[in-house]
Design a protein around this ligand. Structure first.
Ligand code: SAM
Length: 233
């Protein structure tokens, strides 16, 4: 293990990875800030057309909504547009919160944005009707703890919509071919490949069964897998 890797905590490494470049920044091209955010928004929903169907942004209307891991803020903008009673957003990185703040300001929309940790949410119990998080909690070192936090801040009868990575994915097998089989290390596990070669250090992925177990405290959990554009790369 490299010396720098020993000196920084797993959470700090996740922070540093995403604070160097937020997810989707490569698509943010254009003359003005507004053009750049619009280009990123268009690319995002073209590449992941199932995302708005999953999020059902319109159901934010009149509700207290929290998004965990806002990233560049494309989805957060949709929650703001839905007319929530209140909107809150949190991300581990300054960069993501700055992007999201700038994006909402451009359109005169409001949210209480905070730099903070999904594993220790700075909100009282039972604060939200709807908690949303897309592609975030599997990057946090203690994913089950972050899921317990979602449960804690949800009101009874509230809804969480959470996307985490599925372990049995095409992208996982392709990475395994490259970094295990073709690298002469066929015994390397898929979990190790995800931790070292999929986005931030320590990324995890879960089976449907494992996800059901993590969401067991919820009154009901509908866990499904979705073929994504990442699988088709
Ligand atoms: C793959 S990006 C997804 C961002 C956004 N949801 C999207 O779909 O574009 C992961 C995001 O999760 C954030 N993140 C990772 N661990 C976190 C934690 N423990 N608490 C809050 N945010 C976290 C990162 O800073 C990063 O912005």
């Amino acid at each position: 293990m490299a010396e720098t890797e020993q000196m920084t905590s797993p959470k700090q490494r996740v922070h540093d990875f995403w604070n160097a470049q937020s997810c989707g920044e490569v698509y943010a091209v254009g003359q003005t800030l507004r053009d750049q955010y619009e280009a990123q928004r268009a690319a995002r929903y073209a590449l992941e057309p199932y995302l708005p169907q999953f999020a059902r942004f319109h159901e934010g209307a009149g509700r207290d909504v929290l998004e965990i891991g806002v990233g560049m803020g494309a989805d957060h903008l949709e929650w703001a547009r839905s007319g929530p009673r209140s909107l809150s957003g949190i991300d581990l990185t300054e960069r993501a919160v700055e992007h999201t703040r700038a994006r909402l300001r451009e359109l005169g929309l409001q949210s209480r944005l905070t730099i903070g940790d999904a594993e220790c949410l700075p909100y009282a119990d039972a604060s939200f009707d709807l908690v949303y998080s897309w592609g975030v909690l599997h990057h946090s070192p203690d994913t089950p703890r972050a899921i317990r936090e979602v449960w804690r801040v949800l009101r009874p009868g509230g809804t969480a919509r959470i996307m985490i990575y599925h372990s049995r994915s095409i992208v996982g097998y392709v990475l395994w071919l490259r970094y295990a089989l073709l690298a002469g290390a066929p015994r390397r596990s898929l979990a190790d490949i995800y931790a070292h070669h999929l986005e931030s250090p320590g990324t995890k992925a879960y089976s449907v069964e494992e996800a059901r177990r993590m969401f067991a405290p919820f009154r009901s959990a509908d866990v499904r897998s979705q073929l994504s554009f990442g699988d088709l790369l």
